[in-house]
Design a protein around this ligand. Structure first.
Ligand SMILES: O=C(CO)[C@H](O)[C@H](O)COP(=O)(O)O
Length: 260
């Protein structure tokens, strides 16, 4: 049976509230992201192999890990970055890096998300790194997702923002049309993502991203996922179903930790 975040909220523990000050402190979205990220880094222990996420929320976590390494509070960390951008950030912070070939089992990954439903299914990839994120986070014993409360939705696609699908550049219009037709009854419009300079956005893997905009729920998520992956030309999609083991949500009322 479908549930909504508002129903779930009554059963969630608020772990930390901002201090009660007068006048009330309004935290920015970025401050909330940082609070969630710092909380997640409390799960990190010396000696761990860590999946390092991508995006403005994950960036705070990577910064924090770098700080703790520099201060000697964490030791012997190996990071597995989920994008070239995170790789550059981690190198600049002196975090030792490796890859899935050498470290096929990861202790813990920390990453953001674009949407989180009440079952802790996610949409990821508005930053364009969904393939590497799915590979790394799929290899994790624990995947802690960190979001501010604006990312909570009652069903995936519910924010009205993009549901990303990574496709090969070859005949991308053909693939985009197939995707749009597949979700026609959900009012789907498929658009090629651009890089903001008039060209197609190209992922770290040399692929394009087709963003699906949905007016209605796409129904059964496993059926939708399987359907998308059966289209030749699709590399991966941004639905992360049953992957997050914990979602940390930072909001004006404090932090909630939601475990699978
Ligand atoms: O999936 C992602 C990148 O591919 C990001 O984690 C997601 O887009 C959230 O980004 P942000 O933390 O900047 O809101």
């Amino acid at each position: 049976m479908a549930i909504a975040w508002s129903e779930k909220a009554s059963s969630m523990e608020v772990l930390a509230s901002p201090p009660s000050l007068s006048p009330p402190v309004i935290l920015t979205q970025d401050e909330l992201k940082k609070i969630a990220a710092y909380k997640a880094v409390e799960f990190v222990e010396s000696g761990m192999v860590l999946g390092l996420g991508t995006g403005s929320t994950a960036k705070h976590a990577v910064d924090r890990i770098g700080d703790l390494l520099r201060l000697g509070k964490l030791k012997n960390i190996v990071g597995i970055p989920t994008s070239k951008k995170t790789q550059e950030q981690a190198v600049s912070l002196g975090i030792p890096l490796s890859d899935l070939d050498s470290h096929p089992s990861i202790d813990l990954a920390i990453d953001g998300a674009d949407e989180v439903d009440p079952y802790l299914n996610l949409v990821k990839g508005r930053g364009g790194s969904l393939l590497r994120e799915k590979m790394v986070e799929g290899a994790c014993k624990k995947f802690v997702c960190i979001v501010d409360e604006s990312k909570l939705v009652n069903h995936l696609g519910g924010s009205g923002l993009a549901m990303p699908v990574e496709v090969v550049p070859f005949c991308w219009k053909f693939t985009a049309r197939k995707l749009q037709n597949m979700f026609e009854s959900s009012g789907c419009v498929a658009k090629l993502r651009n890089d903001g300079k008039g060209e197609a956005f190209v992922s770290d893997n040399g692929n394009y991203i087709v963003d699906l905009y949905l007016k209605k729920s796409i129904g059964d998520l496993v059926v939708a996922s399987d359907g998308i992956l059966r289209i030749a030309g699709v590399v991966e999609h941004g639905m992360f179903l049953d992957m997050a083991t914990t979602v940390i949500v930072a909001g004006e009322l404090g932090i909630t930790i939601n475990n699978k």
